[in-house]
Structures are given as C-alpha cells and as structure tokens.
Write a protein that binds this ligand. Structure first.
Ligand code: PMP
Length: 288
C-alpha cells in the first residue's frame, strides 16, 4: 500500500511529499517533533505527547500552527489513511519558510511547516527483540545544552547510533563531561540496583523528559517500587542488576550488555520484563 504523508494541510503520496528548500527545518534544524506509539490503532499517551509538543514550540517561540485538538485529528487521519494498527506516528513542525537568514524574529509572520507520517511496526517483532534484549555502547554526549526540547537536531544522536552499530549495539548511552549518563541517543536510560531500586537521571536541560519515562514512573509508584532520580555512571550501570531503556517505539527495552560487559546474567531482567508487560495498563490509549 502506498504511504500517505500529511504536508501542510494535504494528504499526499510519499513521492509527492515535498517541503520547500528554504524551510528553516532543513537549513537550521529549526523544528521540533513528536513520536507516539500506535497500538491496536490507538495512539498511546496522546495527551502527554501533545503537551510536550506544545512546550517544545513555546521554548523555541514557534507559533502553534493549530490547536491540540486539530493536531490530534491530523495524527488520527494519518494513522487511518496508512492503515496503521501497530506502529508509530510522527509529527514535525518547523518555524517555516523564508530566505536563508540566521535571524527570524523580524520576519513577517511565518507559516509553520507541518508534516505527519505514520508507519506500521510488528508488535511481535518488537516483543521478540525485548525477549532477547539489546546491547548499548557508551559514547560522549556531544549535543547542545537544551536537550529538553525535542528538536530535529539529531545528527549527534544519529552518529552515536552508527557508532553503536559498529559493535553490534542497538543504542548509544550518552555520557556527560562528568562521567554520568544523560540518556540514550533516542531513549531514556535506567538501571536497577542490587536492592531493586529503579534509578534514572532527574529531568533537566541535559535530557529529554520522555513520555514513556513519565508514564513508567506512574507505574513504578502504583506498584510501590523504589525510584531514585539521580545521575549514574557507566561503571555503576555495568554493575547493576538490570538495565533498560524507555521510548515510545521500544517501550521498556531490556539492556543486556553495555560495551563489552554483560548485565546481570546477560538475559533481560525480571523486573524490567514485568514493567514492560504492565506498561500499557498505566498508559493512556486515545480513542481512534
Ligand atoms: N530521549 C531522547 C533523546 C529521545 O529521542 C527519545 C525518543 N524520542 C526519548 C528520550 C524517549 O522519549 P519518549 O519516551 O517520549 O519516546
């Protein structure tokens, strides 16, 4: 089936989904995005994803192109037209088009560029991957100082993931100048210590406040588990009982190796697996 992409008010075939050459998203990475899981045809945690999108826009002073409800309709229609039952939906908003110029505040009101795409992913394949777990590679975090904004400035993340792939790892864990893990290249990083406490870095401008992370914290609290929000090092992670990542597409993904060190007995952890299985009992499933 041909994929349909939403571009500035129109649903067009993949081959016609063009954005202008002087779009600021293209020239300056002046754009933000969201990725939301689609499960049984429903968006997971839509409210939180749209809330974070609104915040990203506000932090960059990009005018919201339409209401949250209208964006929700675009997301749903893109899912529907692509017949996605299990997969993800991606929404990107750039500041818009203008002749190339570093400055933008003096421009005549720009019309933000909106793109929305949806793709299917096999839930079985995702679960099969989680049954084995993934390896991660530690890499220096060379990104900017506002990683709390979900901007499309993803080149450092892309390079880190390529480097991870070289050693057979699926994700990179990024390490700050003090030796602490900030987050994964496209996920949040977690460990479980010997006492069973869940540890993940507290939210500040060095990492993204993951929606999966937020919902998982709700679940951790509901289950009465211990949560500690603080930075941890790669050495601490290598000695942890369990480790995992969270993201909208991988949900809770066990980490079984960091660089050349196996975590625990080298298999997905018991608590990690339980949290993965229970995650959707906590998450919001939006109406179709
Ligand atoms: N950190 C980064 C850098 C990411 O790109 C992502 C995934 N978009 C996450 C964390 C996880 O966020 P979420 O749970 O909202 O997908």
């Amino acid at each position: 089936m041909a994929r349909i992409i939403y571009v500035n008010g129109r649903y067009v075939p993949w081959g016609e989904a063009w954005v202008h050459a002087e779009d600021r998203g293209f020239q300056f990475a002046d754009a933000i995005y969201e990725v939301c899981e689609v499960r049984h045809g429903r968006m997971i945690d839509e409210t939180r994803h749209l809330g974070r999108l609104k915040r990203s826009l506000a932090e960059l002073e990009i005018a919201a192109p339409m209401s949250g409800a209208a964006l929700g309709r675009v997301l749903r229609e893109t899912i529907r037209r692509n017949r996605v039952v299990d997969g993800s939906v991606y929404l990107q908003i750039s500041r818009g088009v203008r002749p190339r110029d570093f400055l933008f505040s003096d421009a005549v009101a720009m019309q933000p560029t909106i793109v929305c795409l949806a793709r299917s992913m096999s839930r079985q394949k995702n679960n099969a991957g989680a049954a084995v777990g993934i390896a991660v590679r530690s890499m220096p975090d060379i990104r900017w100082g506002r990683c709390d904004i979900k901007s499309v400035m993803l080149l450092p993340a892309s390079l880190a993931k390529e480097a991870a792939k070289e050693i057979g790892a699926k994700e990179a864990w990024l390490v700050d100048e003090h030796g602490f893990v900030t987050e994964g290249a496209s996920s949040n990083a977690w460990i479980i210590d010997k006492s069973g406490a869940l540890i993940t870095r507290q939210i500040d401008s060095s990492l993204l406040c993951g929606i999966t992370r937020t919902t998982l914290i709700d679940l951790i609290r509901r289950e009465g588990l211990e949560l500690i929000e603080r930075p941890f090092t790669i050495a601490e992670a290598k000695a942890a009982r369990e480790a995992f990542t969270t993201s909208a597409t991988a949900i809770v993904m066990p980490v079984v190796r960091i660089d050349d060190t196996s975590i625990g007995n080298g298999a997905p952890g018991i608590l990690t697996t339980r949290l993965r299985e229970e995650f959707h009992t906590m998450a919001e499933a939006a109406h179709r």
